[in-house]
Ligand binder design. Structure first.
Ligand code: SF4
Length: 197
């Protein structure tokens, strides 16, 4: 499958993810505090390269791929390099919100499934503390919450190698940039500058 077709399929999936998350959040009392980006400042966020393919492809289309690759590669930080703001209070925002990955869309808005097929909420402690009626919350969760594994399976069906590879988020973003670079460097009219990786 051509790179661009994968990007279209991933973006279609993201639209579905966002719609399902909105629908779930309409039914439950969860709301991130204004400006909170504590999850993005976390040191253990993992993602697959494929979920950042639309972001990397966007950078390529804008002629920004190589500049951004070297900017991020040469400035390693312990949290996602796309988050803006300060670590101590966790206030900030995603600098590429429109192009954020699958984990960024699902975290706080979705459920995992246990071995008995029951959905389990997996947001942060702050969101969990907003649940005042656990029984009603669980009812809504079972009915409406999007499920992480379903969307990660869809990602793997688009590209098993890079959809199933979980890496620290910054490595995943850099890998997505490398995939786009190596798939587009021979395009007519492409004038690569400094070689990626
Ligand atoms: S890509 Fe954006 S939303 Fe996702 S972890 Fe990084 S800063 Fe947060």
């Amino acid at each position: 499958m051509h790179l661009q077709e994968k990007v279209v399929l991933i973006e279609q999936m993201f639209a579905l993810v966002d719609a399902q998350c909105r629908s779930f959040l309409d039914k439950v009392p969860l709301k991130c505090p204004p400006g909170c980006a504590k999850c993005c400042h976390g040191k253990n966020v993992t993602a697959s390269p494929l979920e950042f393919l639309p972001y990397a492809f966007y950078l390529h289309a804008e002629g920004l791929l190589e500049d951004h690759y070297w900017k991020y590669k040469d400035q390693p930080v312990p949290h996602c390099f796309l988050v803006e703001g300060e670590v101590p209070d966790g206030i900030g925002k995603c600098s590429e919100y429109a192009h954020r990955g699958l984990i960024c869309r699902l975290f706080g808005n979705a459920a995992s499934v246990n071995k008995n097929g029951r959905k389990l909420y997996s947001g942060c402690a702050l969101l969990k503390s907003q649940v005042t009626d656990p029984l009603q919350f669980d009812e809504m969760l079972q009915q409406y919450a999007p499920v992480y594994s379903e969307f990660y399976m869809q990602l793997r069906s688009i590209d098993n190698e890079y959809g199933g590879l979980l890496l620290p988020v910054n490595q995943a973003i850099l890998k997505a940039m490398e995939i786009v670079y190596y798939n587009t460097r021979n395009e007519p009219g492409n004038t690569p500058g400094q070689k990626v990786a």
